[in-house]
Design a protein around this ligand. Structure first.
Ligand code: SAM
Length: 272
């Protein structure tokens, strides 16, 4: 069953000559039942504003609109604009397409009220965008939730706990400020062209009162600590104060970054 009366995505792709480009991280979803399932992970969408990064030919965009959202979509590939215009005409006044680079977009300034961010992210800029949203100021942030598709390995790093191989900068920042969970996996065959690896949808909800800490300083501490994750903290954190800094807050300087809890990272950042 189709979610709207627009033409199938394969037809749209052909008509607009949208051959996927690897350099833009283009792996398109054509199955509207699947895009509807992704959109549902964002919760209630009726009359909510959703910001979507990289709508491409509009598979996820259509699912968001069909579920009642108003969508502001940022797309870097101008070849997609004509296809998106067809969707805009089908949902008058509910889809705004911004032709531009999400990495240079001020997301907080895009809408007046609270927004939800939903995206099948281009793999080459996904992590950078997520870190920007996690370090947003002021906090609680301008968004109510993030529902994002990543490569499975990146999704595991986002929800990772101390002591695991996947635990690193992403896990600390996401765990500090949000509650993050993987909602479901999507196999490579669901995309055109298929990527080499499985993908996962991650849902992140901002914590209203995360442990008090300067986001930029915590970002710096985690970058230094996990930049040399096999080294002892006294070595990896040397540029930030090393052994003396760790002694001040009673953390054993011979420990490695992956053994530190989020609370301990926050304590280091606050001691700086
Ligand atoms: N949402 C579509 C779907 O699910 O089928 C396409 C997803 S595809 C993985 C990623 C999309 O992001 C592509 O349309 C690509 O052109 C776009 N994109 C890549 N880099 C971007 C950037 N820096 N800013 C905005 N869009 C970008």
């Amino acid at each position: 069953m189709s979610i709207d009366s627009l033409p199938p995505l394969r037809e749209i792709i052909e008509r607009h000559g949208l051959m996927a480009r690897k350099s833009l991280g283009q792996n398109f979803l054509f199955d509207l039942n699947l895009t509807a399932k992704i959109a549902r992970q964002a919760g209630e969408l009726q009359d909510h504003t959703v910001i979507e990064v990289g709508p491409g030919p509009g598979g996820l965009t259509r699912a968001l609109l069909a579920q009642g959202a108003k969508v502001i979509a940022i797309e870097r590939d101008p070849r997609c604009l004509a296809a998106l215009e067809e969707i805009e005409q089908h949902y008058p006044g509910r889809l705004q397409v911004i032709s531009g680079d999400a990495l240079e977009t001020d997301f907080a300034g895009l809408a007046d009220g609270p927004v939800k961010i939903v995206a099948n992210l281009p793999y080459n800029v996904g992590t950078q965008l997520l870190i920007g949203w996690l370090l947003a100021e002021p906090w609680p942030p301008f968004y109510q939730s993030l529902t994002l598709m990543f490569q499975r390995e990146v999704a595991e790093r986002i929800v990772a706990r101390p002591g695991s191989d996947a635990y690193g900068r992403l896990g600390v920042l996401a765990g500090w400020r949000t509650e993050a969970r993987i909602t479901f996996d999507v196999p490579p065959q669901a995309f055109t062209p298929p990527p080499k690896v499985t993908s996962s949808v991650v849902h992140l909800t901002p914590r209203q009162s995360p442990l008090p800490c300067d986001a930029a300083v915590l970002g710096k501490v985690t970058q230094a600590a996990f930049g040399q994750r096999r080294k002892m903290l006294r070595q990896s954190l040397k540029p930030l104060g090393g052994e003396a800094l760790l002694a001040r807050i009673g953390i054993d300087p011979t420990r490695r970054a992956e053994t530190l809890s989020i609370e301990e990272f926050v304590a280091i950042a606050n001691a700086l």
